[in-house]
Write a new protein. Structure first.
Length: 293
């Protein structure tokens, strides 16, 4: 009787383990070498954003288990660049959506093959990953309410007493926290993403937020009560190096992909990059775009 009971127990345990393994497999899929997995926030217009359909060349968004997310498609300047890289490498583009702070850990863990997410190749990040040559050079500005006290500002000195925020984990916030007080600015606790910053400005919880100029143009187009102060790096605006304001593709340390990506980016002229960005700005204010999550 004891032998029979023991045998039944073993069979039961085996069945449970098999069921668990099957369930785990159903929740996640392994990477396909014929696909290029790119990490994005999908919430940083016009560089990358989410829309409800595949219109205007948008691509399906997947979660970190490589499962398609319902009614979620990625578009924007980063996605356009990613498509060019994937096509040149002869691979299918897979956009993997994740939080900003998870991008570098996901790259180093092998969850994604590269980061194309409006990321600047700062010295701190270079200690963790490698970067391609820049595929965009930006300028930091401040987005404000058009009916607010700072709509006519011309420089950082005009923001004395202003509550200003930036996105967590970005050079935007580093610059704000380090340089803002010397101009009389009151730096706020950084927020998770740009939808949160937009909401904070809409509700008047802050007076302004830091953005790159293309993002500011799109944000103001989508929010008629917004305008932006066109600051100039190292002059009327924040002090910044080219590396701080450049945007590049992130890859694993020592990756063979770096040289190949640089070859591909070299074929995209400055004029073409400008045209792609203008197109991204235009599309990012469409009716099918998800403006908040």
């Amino acid at each position: 009787m004891k032998k029979i009971t023991k045998a039944l127990l073993i069979l039961t345990v085996v069945a449970i383990v098999a069921t668990f393994a099957f369930a785990l497999a159903a929740c996640s899929e392994s990477k396909d070498e014929n696909k290029l997995y790119v990490g994005l926030e999908c919430a940083y217009s016009p560089f990358n954003y989410t829309q409800r359909d595949d219109g205007n060349g948008a691509v399906q968004i997947y979660n970190t288990n490589y499962k398609a997310m319902r009614n979620s498609y990625a578009n924007g300047y980063d996605v356009m660049i990613a498509q060019k890289i994937a096509q040149s490498l002869g691979k299918e583009l897979v956009v993997v959506k994740m939080e900003w702070d998870s991008l570098i850990p996901a790259l180093n863990a092998g969850t994604v093959d590269m980061i194309i997410a409006g990321m600047s190749p700062t010295d701190e990040r270079k200690e963790q990953i490698d970067f391609s040559e820049p595929y965009y050079q930006s300028n930091l500005v401040l987005v404000v309410r058009s009916d607010g006290d700072y709509a006519d500002a011309k420089s950082l000195d005009d923001f004395r007493g202003a509550k200003v925020a930036a996105q967590k984990g970005t050079f935007h916030d580093d610059a704000l926290q380090a340089q803002g007080p010397s101009h009389g600015i009151i730096p706020q606790t950084p927020l998770a993403d740009f939808p949160a910053l937009i909401n904070a400005l809409n509700t008047k919880a802050i007076d302004a937020y830091v953005a790159e100029e293309p993002g500011a143009i799109e944000n103001c187009a989508s929010n008629p009560n917004f305008t932006y102060v066109r600051l100039q790096n190292n002059d009327t605006g924040f002090t910044a190096t080219d590396a701080d304001t450049a945007i590049a593709v992130g890859v694993k340390k020592g990756s063979d992909l770096t040289a190949r990506i640089n070859e591909i980016l070299a074929t995209v002229t400055q004029q073409q990059r400008g045209e792609l960005m203008n197109r991204a700005i235009e599309l990012s204010s469409g009716d099918n775009v998800v403006t908040s999550e």
